[in-house]
Design a protein. Structure first.
Length: 154
């Protein structure tokens, strides 16, 4: 399912920018600081493209592409007034998705069967916790008696 959405993102990219994205091995470059970008501000058409691409990447995260979440959330901060460098970074994230369009993160929802794994019993007396006791201050007030959850409503 996600690879079908990624195909739609690529088609949208082609429609907006007129070419396919370059493949990227990582969604962001290590040590990159988009908040320090001083490239030219985008015009109104560029802002619209930026916002459209960011929105499509946010949907990709929602349907399971958690691997781009940090990059997309970082770049989402610049939706109102993005710069050319920010758009280039978004293009890189889309290039990463293009290269790894079939990548998925699988989440098991069934309960695993651990019955064949031997259960090891530990004797906690011989650990650093041996003889541990809760430290209660001597001047601590006595807790009130529990009368039931709804007693105060009567």
């Amino acid at each position: 399912m996600t690879h079908q959405y990624i195909k739609k993102v690529m088609d949208n990219y082609l429609r907006l920018l007129g070419k396919r994205p370059h493949n990227a091995h990582l969604p962001i470059v290590q040590g990159d600081h988009p908040e320090l970008d001083t490239s030219d501000l985008l015009d109104d058409a560029g802002i619209q493209i930026y916002q459209s691409l960011i929105g499509s990447l946010q949907w990709a995260i929602q349907i399971g592409r958690f691997d781009i979440a940090t990059a997309v959330m970082t770049l989402s901060r610049f939706r109102v007034c993005p710069r050319q460098g920010h758009l280039d970074r978004v293009k890189r994230v889309i290039g990463y998705l293009s290269k790894f369009k079939h990548g998925v993160i699988r989440i098991r929802t069934d309960k695993p069967d651990y019955s064949n794994i031997p259960k090891k019993e530990y004797d906690w007396f011989y650990t650093c916790y041996a003889g541990a006791r809760e430290g209660i201050p001597e001047d601590c007030p006595t807790p009130p008696r529990q009368l039931g959850c709804y007693h105060h409503l009567r």
